[in-house]
Ligand binder design. Structure first.
Ligand SMILES: [Zn+2]
Length: 105
């Protein structure tokens, strides 16, 4: 964790993310008992631990993606067709997260 980056993800938000992705990796869809908090915008590029920047991912995807930006790595790894499905799913998730936030305010 770099100093100065936002760190606002609550336990409830993390549970919501796990539930939304059905306890599967947000990228490859693998079912895993151990999903890590994956930064869409990597820490190295200023991505914080926030509801809009964290998705659950399996360890292999997390390691493979490394410090790349999510959508670039997704297209590189899964190709355009499958990649677009994955990106669309993540965008749909982020849209819901935003709506939840608005309702709370
Ligand atoms: Zn994965």
């Amino acid at each position: 964790m770099k100093l100065g980056l936002p760190d606002t993800l609550t336990y409830e938000q993390w549970l919501f993310a796990l539930q939304w992705f059905e306890n599967k990796c947000a990228y490859c869809g693998a079912e895993s008992v151990f999903l890590v908090r994956e930064h869409l915008v990597p820490v190295a590029k200023g991505g914080g631990v926030t509801a809009l920047n964290i998705v659950p991912a399996c360890q292999p995807c997390n390691s493979s993606k490394g410090p790349k930006r999510a959508h670039l790595w997704i297209y590189e790894k899964f190709g355009m067709t499958k990649g677009k499905e994955i990106v669309d799913r993540i965008v749909a998730y982020l849209t819901e997260v935003k709506e939840v936030k608005v309702e709370e305010e």
